[in-house]
Ligand binder design. Structure first.
Ligand code: ASP
Ligand code: MG
Length: 408
């Protein structure tokens, strides 16, 4: 008998009526003879509301108590969905993360799953129950409630699918799949029938927020068959996330254009061109837990060089303070400049591995629009450029067209 794990996001369970729709969909799968485990998020907006409440009481809420609080959002939706299923005459039982025993480490608000006890779920499934599990939460060794980071219900879904060796993990959301780019920027964007894990990882990390990135990593590691679908459409096959080696067909060269408005650029001008400088600049930044993305150092001239890197816009002022206070004088840099009017645009595709000339086609397309490239970074399946934020949408549109990604 096929076993599937379905995950429904916050907009899919936003009110009792939608919870009823989810229950009907689950019932249809049950009627096909499938065993179903359902993971749900909190009602949309609920997690934010709870975090807001916490901050009114304590500006910097303690992580342990925050987890106790925000995990209640999912406890509401599992109970309501189990009731909605029972109302349809479907046997259903709900479980919190700790009741299942989704064991995590103790890193509150960003815990990682260590182990899942599946016996209880298995026993229920064998007795014909639909098992409804709260997303986003777990419990540590000492019994403290933990949560998995924003968007963590995706990871719960994939982790349960891995633990139960499910035939498929279906992520139901408010879009009907993964697109070649954001349709709000390019109306001609096309739904992809399939995309590889590596491409999905790149796109997720580049800001295409369909899936929590950790869920994709998890699925890749445990070879979980993952599908993204719309919970608002009756039919539709969504987007299947595949492994490259599964694929018989030749890959399209480029699968999508990703973009990210969240990166800011920092330039350290006139640093001495000697060993250890990169470490002296980035060490204190890393110590402050600030993530660095693209890094560029120019070849030196006259014994000095410039060093440029990007950080999240939220971290820009903190990073500049650290560099000006702790680093500039120490290494004798001339000036430190921050620029938050930047955006990153990337073309992604595993087909790049076997095709040359993608970078030059990308750069030609941008120059034809007079768009200046400030930074470039590449990997085997991705080319990213940092450009002026005000040209971001234009860049995405022209690249989408240049690589022939539009709806045919
Ligand atoms: N409710 C949590 C959040 O809003 C987890 C999730 O929805 O995946 O981040
Ligand atoms: Mg989500």
């Amino acid at each position: 008998m096929a076993l599937i794990v379905q995950k429904y996001g916050g907009t899919s369970v936003a009110n009792p009526e939608r919870i009823g729709n989810v229950a009907r969909r689950v019932a249809r799968h049950k009627a096909l003879g499938q065993q179903v485990v359902v993971v749900v998020s909190a009602m949309s907006g609920e997690t934010n509301r709870l975090i807001g409440l916490a901050k009114e009481v304590m500006p910097n809420p303690s992580p342990r108590e925050l987890d106790v609080l925000v995990s209640t959002g999912e406890q509401v939706t599992i109970a309501l969905l189990a009731m909605a299923l029972q109302e349809l005459g479907v046997k259903a039982k709900s479980y919190t993360g700790s009741q299942v025993r989704i064991l995590t480490d103790n890193a509150h608000t960003k815990a990682r799953i260590l182990k899942i006890d599946e016996e209880r779920m298995r026993a229920d499934l064998d007795q014909g129950y639909v098992v409804v599990v709260a997303g986003f939460q777990g419990v540590d060794e000492a019994g403290n409630i933990t949560t998995l980071g924003r968007g963590g219900s995706d990871t719960t879904g994939v982790a349960l699918a891995a633990a139960l060796k499910a035939d498929e993990c279906q992520i139901y959301t408010d879009v009907d799949g993964v697109y070649t780019t954001d349709p709000r920027v390019v109306p001609e964007a096309r739904r992809l029938k399939s995309v590889t894990f590596e491409e999905m990882l790149e796109m997720a990390s580049l800001g295409s927020k369909v899936l929590q990135i950790r869920s994709v990593e998890f699925a890749g590691k445990y070879k979980v068959k993952l599908r993204v679908l719309s919970s608002f459409e009756e039919e539709g096959e969504g987007t299947l996330i595949t492994f490259e080696d599964d694929k018989q067909m030749e890959q399209p060269i480029i699968s999508g254009i990703a973009f990210n408005r969240d990166e800011a650029k920092i330039t350290v001008l006139g640093v001495p061109d000697r060993p250890g400088i990169a470490y002296q600049i980035l060490g204190p930044v890393a110590d402050a837990n600030i993530d660095v993305d693209i890094i560029i150092q120019n070849v030196g001239a006259d014994g000095t060089t410039d060093f440029t890197f990007t950080v999240h816009k939220n971290d820009l002022s903190r990073a500049l303070d650290i560099l000006r206070d702790k680093v500039q004088g120490h290494i004798g840099a001339r000036e430190i400049i921050g620029d938050d009017k930047t955006a990153k645009v990337s073309v992604v595709g595993v087909g790049m591995r076997s095709h040359v000339g993608i970078a030059s086609q990308m750069f030609r397309t941008l120059v034809e629009e007079g768009i200046n490239i400030q930074m470039i970074s590449t990997s085997e399946i991705k080319i990213s450029v940092v450009i002026d934020e005000k040209y971001m949408e234009l860049a995405v549109r022209v690249l989408h067209k240049a690589f022939g990604l539009e709806e045919v």
